[in-house]
Design a protein around this ligand. Structure first.
Ligand code: UD1
Length: 416
């Protein structure tokens, strides 16, 4: 069974380059289905999830080729409107192919994604938005059958600023007749990157990054080359690892503005960071104070950094309160951190973390992607050698994690 073996105690030092953002490239690959001409994506991270999304669009008729960090996509025709069940169940994010497929072909069949480790994760707001644009939705033997005789722009108020629903609606509306307004839209940087990509293909999207997105439908898109934004969650995870080990690292290919909520909290904890021309320099002493965080939609504290932040707090001075408001079941990492000696109590949607001096190595298992990052952080600071299993979760979102950390001096080995 593959696992990561990490011996803790070494401060991370050197330079690290952050990869392109997983959560930006996934909907962008889906959006490429809108266009019949060649698309080139630069800085497309080579991750399990990106490979699954590439397979999904290949099954629909696209050709996808990887050359280093470049993905070349061409979808001359959509030959098939059914997203394969085994791929959709492997990766929930494949649901964002629904909007562009519906826009280009007027019909899509996709298996209902169901739940996952961090909650039931319904898609009601995706469906409500597509219905408002004129789609007819039926459930058929576990598949969603979504069709339309021609999408029409509409004014859509989102009950909650869901990232995936905003993306699906934006992609469908990009080709709908007339104007669509998405109110209470998600404002994450990945939404802005998707809008930029749609516009580079000839679309007309304004206001992405604010709570109101204005989309004027166009009939045809043209080929383009797009560079994916840096992964703010990967960057944030490494910043926390460096701080926790008391290291000194220059983190390159980051947009500091995307990391504001994390940087504010790390500074509150007493960590020093400096913006330099080519990145963020972080130097930690491995000693810091406990702070409280509450996950929220952007620009609040990102839920995807909640688990790594909890691992960071396990060795702080004092007691920190972590409140998770975005997902219902995102404390799966707590039991694993406790196996390493962490002092954490869960009360409803909050976790109370009492800082201790040192974690101890233990065999642990990553239950989801960000839980995996939390365990890596814990292992890097722990006394002894930790074996982390379930690393396929980590490979979904952290490109060449052991190589990047080894270059910073970490004692980390992958055993296949
Ligand atoms: C995206 C990110 C994920 C991140 C999350 C929140 C990708 C591939 N994934 O996930 O890493 O943690 O944003 O920043 O970009 N909900 C509903 N009904 C819906 C849609 C969502 O109830 O129709 C709920 C979800 O169950 C969850 C909350 O809304 O509790 C937020 O979900 P959403 O913003 O949609 O996250 P995702 O797009 O799934």
């Amino acid at each position: 069974m593959s696992m990561l073996t990490i011996t803790g105690g070494k401060p991370l030092e050197g330079t690290i380059i952050v990869s392109g953002a997983k959560n930006a490239v996934l909907p962008i690959i889906a959006a490429s289905l809108l266009c019949g001409e060649p698309i080139q994506l630069e800085d497309a991270p080579d991750l399990l999830d990106v490979n699954v999304m590439s397979k999904v669009i290949s099954a629909l008729g696209a050709t996808v080729e990887r050359d280093g960090s470049t993905l070349k996509i061409h979808t001359r025709e959509i030959d098939c409107i059914e997203a394969p069940y085994d791929l959709v169940t492997q990766m929930r994010a494949s649901i964002v192919t629904m909007g562009p497929l519906l826009a280009r072909r007027g019909h899509v069949r996709i298996s209902h994604p169901g739940g996952c480790a961090i909650g039931s994760r319904p898609i009601n707001w995706h469906l409500k938005g597509l219905e408002a644009l004129g789609a007819e939705i039926k459930m058929d033997h576990g598949f969603l059958d979504v069709s339309s005789k021609g999408l029409k722009g509409a004014r859509i108020y989102m009950d909650y600023p869901s990232v995936g629903a905003t993306e699906n609606i934006m992609m469908a509306a990009a080709m709908a007749k007339g104007t669509t307004l998405i109110e209470n839209a998600a404002q994450e940087p990945e939404i802005v990157d998707l809008a930029t990509f749609i516009n580079e293909m000839g679309g007309k999207v304004r206001g992405a990054g604010t709570s109101i997105i204005h989309i004027e439908g166009v009939r045809e898109f043209h080929g383009t080359t797009h560079t994916v934004i840096p992964d703010r969650i990967e960057a944030g995870s490494y910043l926390l690892m460096v701080a926790a080990t008391g290291g000194d690292v220059l983190v390159q290919n980051v947009i500091a503005d995307h990391l504001k909520p994390l940087i504010a909290k790390m500074e509150e904890a007493g960590i020093r960071m400096m913006e330099e021309d080519d990145g963020i320099r972080i130097s930690g002493k491995g000693v810091y104070n406990a702070v409280d965080i509450k996950t929220q939609v952007h620009p609040g504290f990102p839920t995807d950094l909640q688990a790594p932040f909890m691992a960071f707090l396990t060795r702080s001075n004092g007691t920190g309160l972590i409140t998770e408001t975005v997902f219902e079941n995102r404390f799966m990492h707590v039991d694993e951190l406790k196996r390493m000696g962490a002092d954490i109590k869960i009360e409803g949607r909050s976790a109370i973390v009492q800082g201790i001096q040192r974690l101890n190595a233990a065999p642990v298992t990553a239950t989801d992607l960000r839980a995996g990052a939390a365990l890596i952080l814990a292992a890097l600071t722990a006394e002894g050698t930790t074996c982390i299993r379930g690393i396929h979760h980590i490979d979904r979102g952290y490109e060449q994690v052991e190589k990047k950390l080894s270059q910073l001096g970490a004692n980390i080995i992958r055993d296949e």
